[in-house]
Design a protein around this ligand. Structure first.
Ligand code: PGA
Length: 241
């Protein structure tokens, strides 16, 4: 499974280093073989030797150049970063990134072989307009995206569930994930108010291949526990084969 922490605009460089080191040591000690990703704030990006994979929350589709406020591959290469988050709802809705821009970014980083965590998800008013409209809306977020890309991970994150403490029911998550799996066989994460208290249940659902965690991941011990849950579930699944 894939367990990802989106640290957003939190932690200084020093705090992030401490966070990643604590997480790394937990994963080593507990022999966790799940894929663990951390997306720190841009100014806290750094090289990391170990099992934890560091990814960038964003980057411009460029090597370098005149793009004030952005970073490109030159800055990512410095830290050997080959993982990127694209299409997060905060970038779509707060920063105003369009599907067209996201596709451009996706294709650029795909060409470079990056592992791409691509986020999709509907706002509340779309959710309230019924299942058919909701699936149509989410489908538009797949437009222009190579759903067969080998290093693709998709994260389904309902916008209304992000940072709100609200989550869809387990039945809803399972049914949406089952529908989305018809669009792409890529690993599919669920994100939106995942906490230690619900992570185990979410990770156990059919067609959920991992979680993308924001607020609750800021507590390193909580995030470690979630990594452990994923390991336990995977071990159990293996026993049952
Ligand atoms: P949350 O954020 O866990 O705080 O809801 C998830 C995300 O934005 O990826």
């Amino acid at each position: 499974m894939i367990i990802a922490a989106n640290l957003k605009t939190n932690f200084t460089r020093k705090e992030t280093e401490k966070y990643v080191n604590e997480l790394e040591s937990y994963i080593q000690t507990k022999n966790i073989t799940q894929e663990v990703l951390v997306f720190p704030a841009m100014s806290s990006l750094d090289s990391h030797d170990g099992k934890v994979i560091i990814g960038s929350q964003n980057a411009y589709a460029t090597q370098n150049g005149a793009f004030t406020g952005e970073i490109g591959t030159e800055q990512l290469e410095e830290f050997k970063i080959k993982t990127i988050l694209i299409g997060h709802s905060e970038r779509r809705h707060i920063l105003g990134e369009t599907q067209e821009e996201l596709v451009k970014k996706f294709n650029f980083y795909k060409e470079l072989g990056f592992k791409i965590v691509y986020c999709v998800g509907e706002p509340l008013e779309v959710r309230e307009s019924g299942n058919e409209k909701m699936m149509e809306y989410i489908s538009t977020q797949y437009e222009g995206i190579d759903t067969n890309y080998e290093n693709l991970i998709i994260a389904y994150e309902p916008v209304w569930a992000i940072g709100t403490g609200l989550t869809p029911t387990s039945e809803d998550i399972e049914s949406i994930h089952t529908d989305l799996k018809n669009k792409s066989k890529a690993p599919l994460l669920y994100g939106g108010s995942v906490k230690v208290t619900n992570a185990k249940e979410v990770l156990s659902l059919n067609n959920v291949n991992g979680i993308l965690v924001g607020s609750a991941a800021l507590y390193v011990e909580h995030f470690c526990t979630m990594c452990n849950y994923a390991q336990e579930i995977e071990n159990k699944n293996k026993e049952n084969i």
